[in-house]
Design a protein around this ligand. Sequence first.
Ligand SMILES: [Zn+2]
Ligand SMILES: [Zn+2]
Length: 306
Amino acid sequence: MDTILYYADNYVFDKLYAKIWPSCTKVVADTVISAWPRDDIWRINLSIYMITCFFGWTLYLTAATLSYFFVFDHDYMKHPKFLKGQVRMEIQCALGAIPWMTLFTLPLFVGEIKGKSMLYDGVPQTTYDWLYLILSVPSFLFFTDCGIYWFHRWMHHPKVYKYLHKLHHKWVIPTPYASHAFNPVDGFLQSLPYHLYAYMIPIHKYLYMGMFVFVNFWTVMIHDGAFISHSTVISTSAHHFVHHLYFNYNYGQYFTFWDKLGSSHRQPTEEQYDKSLRDDVKVMARQAHDAEEIENETLGIKPKSN
Ligand SMILES: [Zn+2]
Ligand SMILES: [Zn+2]
């Protein structure tokens, strides 16, 4: 984040702040300098907020739009649980949530700038340095997968669910635009393991940045409705589709490991993998019925009597 802030200051913020709040005395080479110094904590906070929000929106809109037009199976929009105007609602929800998620995460980002985290930089020198760098990838994925699993599972507790996580399950048949369509507190809690990692375990700052971008793409990918992989080890988009549909299974983000350990794993079936079954109206109707039943049962809602 410090590298991004350095370039953002050089190319955008120095000029922007000089225009808004120019210094009366400082002029260097005919250029007016801002009265707001780069190392002022409030300037750092505001700059990081704008950078994160801008990149959050850009990354979300780019990845979700590409996925929606080139990967997402549009036949799923015929499903009885697909809402009228859902894509617009998902986009509105995500665009509105990102500024709040950014605000909650701001102290953690600023802490990184101020050297409070365990991020390190520099070119690896020894074989051990390179090995550590490479092993940081599985270590990061394993740690964050564990954190997300337990936060996510906790948010499915009936006492918590309706306040924090219900909004994300409004999209029973999600599109890639649902990937960031959360209650902001929910979104923040699910991203917290990434930040905790940077504060607990040393990781190279460029690798961390790369992982952060990857995580955002992955989040879009597990909502893309294209069930190519039949893996039983990786938590694929089919697994996450089962999560949206059947509610209390497959809480994991990358692997099925924690779900298998926590007895919440449910392997997708031919209803997800076989296109003809997927588009079958009877299959869709039964899925819709089962989805409602499972959610109501978990939340203790009595079925409506006819
Ligand atoms: Zn959930
Ligand atoms: Zn989801």
